[in-house]
Design a protein around this ligand. Structure first.
Ligand SMILES: NC(=O)c1ccc[n+]([C@@H]2O[C@H](COP(=O)([O-])OP(=O)(O)OC[C@H]3O[C@@H](n4cnc5c(N)ncnc54)[C@H](O)[C@@H]3O)[C@@H](O)[C@H]2O)c1
Ligand SMILES: O=C(O)C[C@@H](O)C(=O)O
Ligand SMILES: [K+]
Ligand SMILES: [Mn+2]
Length: 352
């Protein structure tokens, strides 16, 4: 029996509503598989924990997580209780950084039967490779003076290692897919880092003569996600550009409640973390109508990560079938509750 030990952090808001159903789905996957078992351990770290303890996770929290094969996280953030930069940097971004989860892969594809807001979604199928450890997400900088003399400086960090790593990951991924990599740049406006980004991209692409490439400024690229998403295969982007692009990726599928993500540790020293693209959705929290598909598709990425490709593909087929049959939450036009969707996914998995 292959046992996978998973640290579960439901987190805030709808994270609490979509993580338990996704765990039910994973348990059903294990049951159907026969040779697979998930050992779940839950950690109550979120903004309420911060209010009680003054920290998002205990000092030995990372040490506790490091004993697991993976982290399965819902969402972090409750701006009514804790400023967003404190909660995110105290938990989500802390785990990404300390566990060297340097790559964030975020697929988006057209689902048959799911109403995309695009008139002609053209069967798109893309993956954004988001640099996940540096770039615009940096604590370097500060504030000085007050009033009209007030100054704020926020530095972006682009290292040779970080940029090259993200790009090579994208090219390797493209070799297993449609053989195309697009670079998200902004070298017309950002004076130092983006021309550097372009030069590294031009260097790396020479190592992959069989991969076709394109490079677009992020503004135009974002528009192309809407007007012609079918032209993309793999897109490599800095931390911030990748963040923004992947919400658009979710939106063109039909809802950001569907979009999955995987924060990948490449060196094997720490666990990887699986958490959907969306946040804690305070506007719908408590109603039981959060779309669980993002969290469940994220579970599929976790299955892939552990080599369970066939089970992962089966799960994605089942998700697609359930959506096609209209068993879905209001964000994608359905009338179902969160658990009705996950229960139907479990029911169908059992018939396979
Ligand atoms: N990775 C993360 O944990 C993460 C990601 C994004 C935002 N956040 C945090 O979440 C909080 C809210 O942020 P936001 O409102 O900008 O983004 P959000 O992703 O939480 O919500 C944006 C919109 O999408 C909808 N939505 C999101 N997930 C959905 C789902 N599963 N089903 C149906 N609808 C869904 C919401 O209702 C909302 O209208 C903030 O505290 C923010 O910092 C965390
Ligand atoms: O900015 C972040 O990375 C947090 C969230 O928006 C995400 O996409 O994971
Ligand atoms: K999330
Ligand atoms: Mn985001």
């Amino acid at each position: 029996m292959k046992t996978i030990k998973i640290a579960v952090i439901p987190g805030d808001g709808i994270g609490q509503e979509v993580v338990p159903p996704a765990m039910d789905v994973l348990n059903t996957v294990a049951e159907v598989h026969g040779g697979l078992k998930f050992g779940f351990t839950e950690f109550p770290w979120n903004c309420e924990y911060y209010v009680k303890n003054g920290i998002m996770m205990p000092d030995d929290g990372l040490k506790a997580l490091s004993n697991f094969d993976a982290v399965f996280l819902g969402a972090v953030g409750n701006p009514e209780l804790v400023p967003d930069h404190i909660s995110l940097w105290g938990l989500l971004i802390k785990i990404r950084r300390e566990f060297q989860q340097v790559i964030n892969i975020r697929p988006a594809k057209y689902f048959k039967g799911l109403q995309s807001p695009l008139l002609n979604p053209n069967d798109f199928d893309l993956i954004v490779v988001r640099e996940n450890s540096e770039g615009e997400y940096s604590e370097i900088g500060g504030r000085i003076h007050q009033g009209e003399d007030e100054i704020t400086i926020q530095n972006a960090v682009f290292t040779r290692k970080g940029v090259e790593r993200a790009m090579r990951y994208a090219f390797e991924l493209a070799m297993k897919r449609k053989g195309h990599v697009t670079s998200a740049t902004k070298s017309n406006g950002i004076f130092h880092s983006m021309p550097y980004w372009d030069s590294v991209f031009n260097e790396i692409k020479d190592d992959y003569p069989n991969i076709a490439t394109a490079s677009y400024h992020i503004d135009a690229l974002t528009a192309f996600f809407v007007s012609r998403p079918q032209i993309f295969d793999v897109i490599v982007a800095s931390n911030l550009f990748g963040d923004i692009l992947t919400d658009v990726g979710g939106a063109i599928m039909g809802s950001i409640g569907i979009a999955p993500a995987a924060n990948i540790n490449l060196n094997g020293k720490f666990p990887s973390m699986f958490e959907p693209v969306h946040g804690s959705a305070p506007d719908i929290c408590g109603k039981g109508i959060a779309n669980p598909v993002g969290q469940i598709w994220t579970a599929k990425l976790m299955l892939d990560h552990f080599g369970e490709i066939e089970m992962g593909n089966t799960l994605l087929d089942v998700i697609e079938g359930v959506i096609r049959d209209g068993i879905s939450t209001p964000d994608i036009g359905g009338k179902c509750k969160t658990v009705e969707v996950s229960e139907e996914i479990c029911r169908r998995l059992k018939t396979i």
